[in-house]
Design a protein around this ligand. Structure first.
Ligand SMILES: NC(=O)c1ccc[n+]([C@@H]2O[C@H](COP(=O)([O-])OP(=O)(O)OC[C@H]3O[C@@H](n4cnc5c(N)ncnc54)[C@H](O)[C@@H]3O)[C@@H](O)[C@H]2O)c1
Ligand SMILES: [Zn+2]
Length: 365
C-alpha cells in the first residue's frame, strides 16, 4: 500500500488529506477513515459497478453492510448525468436519506460521478464531508485529486462548480479489472501528460512498453507517481492562479477536438482527445522555438506505444475549433492562453500564440 499526502495551504491545514493506493484496500476502509464519528454514510455508486466482485466484497465489510446508518444511492455513470438534473437528483436523495452536516458521502465511480457527486456534497447544507473512490484510471490519476468539482451546463463543460477537497482519496487497483480497455488506455493520456509537464524521467518509463491493465506492480508505481505530481502541483496552487495551469497542457486543443468529435461518427473519449491535443500543443511549442522536432517525434512515439491516437479520424473546420478554444473559461479578454512545453518535463502557462501558428500546428494530427 502507498500513501501520498495532498497538502492544502489553508490556515488550519485542515483540508489536507491522504491518497491511499493499493490492491484490495477498500476492504479496510475504516483504517483510512473512521466512519464511527459520522452520523450517517451515503454511498453514491455508479450503476456500472454493482455487479463487480470487489463491490460485493465491499458491501459485506463492516463499514458498509446494510444498517440504518448506511444509505445507498445508485446513479448512472455517464457524462450525461453530470448536469443540473443529476445534481438535483442527488440533493433530493441526500435529503430523503436524512443526511446532515456530520454525514459522510463516499463516492465510487469515474470522473463524471466524482465531479457531480462531489459538487452535490460540497454544496448540500453548505458542505458535507466526502471521500473519492475513483474507479477509472483517468479518475485515479487526475479527476479524484485536487478538489475541482463541476457539472456541465448544456454544451459547456464544467461551467458550474466549486473547489472543495475530499477527506481522502482511496484508489483500489482491483476496481480497474473490469474497466473497458479503451477507457483504460484513455487514462494513460493524463499519465503521459504528467511526465511531459513535470518529470522527464517519469516520461521515460512510458517510452518503451505499454502499460497493461493487469500489471498491478507497475500500475501501483505509475499511479503513485502521477498522484504525487498532481498533488504537488495542486498543493502549490490550489485555485489555479499559476502552476496548476500547466495541468491544462493538451486540453485547449483537446477539448475542442473532443467537442467536435461528438458531432461525427468518431466520438473521442476525453483521454483520446487529450492525446491528440497534446500532440498539437507539442507542435505549437516547437513552432515557437521552445522544443525540437526530435522532441515532437518522441511525444508522438510515446503516445503511439501506449495505444493512444495520434491521427484524427475525421476532418475539422479550423475556424470552428478556434471558436471553441476561444470560449474556454481559462481565457482572459478573448485571448487564448496556452500551456506549452518549455522542454520535455517542464511546462509553462499563459502563452499567447499567433492564430496562423495554431492552424499550422493542427496539421500534425
Ligand atoms: N475534477 C477534475 O479535476 C477532473 C479532471 C479530469 C477529468 N475530469 C472529469 O472526469 C470525467 C471523465 O472521467 P472518466 O474518464 O473517469 O470517465 P467516466 O466517469 O465518464 O467513466 C467512463 C465509463 O466507465 C464506467 N466505469 C467507471 N468505472 C468503471 C469500472 N471500474 N469498471 C467498469 N466500468 C467503469 C462508467 O460507468 C462510464 O461509462 C469528465 O467529466 C471530466 O470532465 C475532472
Ligand atoms: Zn483531462
Amino acid at each position: 500500500m502507498r500513501k501520498v499526502r495532498v497538502n492544502i495551504k489553508d490556515k488550519s491545514g485542515g483540508n489536507s488529506y491522504d491518497i491511499i493506493i493499493g490492491s484490495g484496500v477498500l476492504k479496510s476502509f475504516s483504517q483510512f477513515y473512521d466512519t464511527s464519528k459520522c452520523s450517517s454514510v451515503a454511498l453514491v455508486v455508479d450503476k456500472a459497478l454493482l455487479n463487480q466482485e470487489w463491490y460485493k466484497t465491499l458491501l459485506s465489510s463492516n463499514d458498509f453492510k446494510q444498517s440504518q446508518k448506511v444509505k445507498f444511492i445508485e446513479i448512472s455513470g455517464a457524462e450525461s448525468v453530470k448536469n443540473v438534473d443529476g445534481l438535483s437528483y442527488l440533493w433530493h436523495e441526500f435529503q430523503k436519506s436524512g443526511l446532515d452536516r456530520k454525514s459522510l458521502v463516499v463516492i465510487l465511480g469515474g470522473g463524471a460521478i466524482l465531479d457531480l457527486a462531489g459538487f452535490a456534497a460540497s454544496t448540500y447544507m453548505r458542505g458535507v464531508a466526502f471521500i473519492h473512490v475513483p474507479t477509472t484510471l483517468l479518475s485515479q490519476v487526475d479527476a479524484s485529486i485536487g478538489g475541482k468539482l463541476a457539472i456541465n451546463l448544456g454544451e459547456f463543460k464544467n461551467l458550474v462548480g466549486s473547489f472543495a477537497q475530499p477527506k481522502a482519496v482511496i484508489i483500489d487497483l482491483e476496481t480497474l479489472v473490469a474497466l473497458p480497455y479503451r477507457e483504460f488506455v484513455a487514462g494513460i493520456a493524463e499519465i503521459v501528460k504528467h511526465g511531459l509537464i513535470y518529470d522527464r524521467k517519469y516520461l521515460s518509463l512510458l517510452e518503451k512498453t505499454p502499460l497493461k491493465q493487469n500489471d498491478q506492480e507497475r500500475l501501483m508505481d505509475i499511479i503513485t507517481r502521477s498522484c504525487e505530481i498532481k498533488s504537488e502541483v495542486v498543493s502549490l496552487d490550489e485555485t489555479e492562479d499559476g502552476l496548476r495551469k500547466t495541468l491544462n497542457f493538451g486540453h485547449t486543443a483537446g477539448h475542442a477536438l473532443e467537442s467536435l468529435s461528438k458531432k461525427t461518427n468518431y466520438p473521442l473519449l476525453h483521454g483520446e482527445a487529450i492525446s491528440l491535443g497534446m500532440l498539437v500543443e507539442t507542435e505549437i511549442s516547437k513552432l515557437i522555438g521552445f522544443i525540437s522536432q526530435d522532441d515532437v517525434n518522441l511525444v508522438r512515439s510515446v503516445l503511439q506505444i501506449q495505444g493512444l491516437p495520434v491521427k484524427l479520424e475525421f476532418s475539422i473546420d479550423l475556424k470552428e475549433a478556434h471558436r471553441i478554444m476561444l470560449s474556454d473559461k481559462k481565457n482572459v479578454a478573448s485571448k487564448i492562453k496556452w500551456s506549452l512545453l518549455e522542454k520535455l518535463g517542464k511546462a509553462t502557462f499563459d502563452v499567447e500564440v499567433e492564430t496562423s501558428v495554431v492552424e499550422k500546428a493542427f496539421e500534425v494530427i
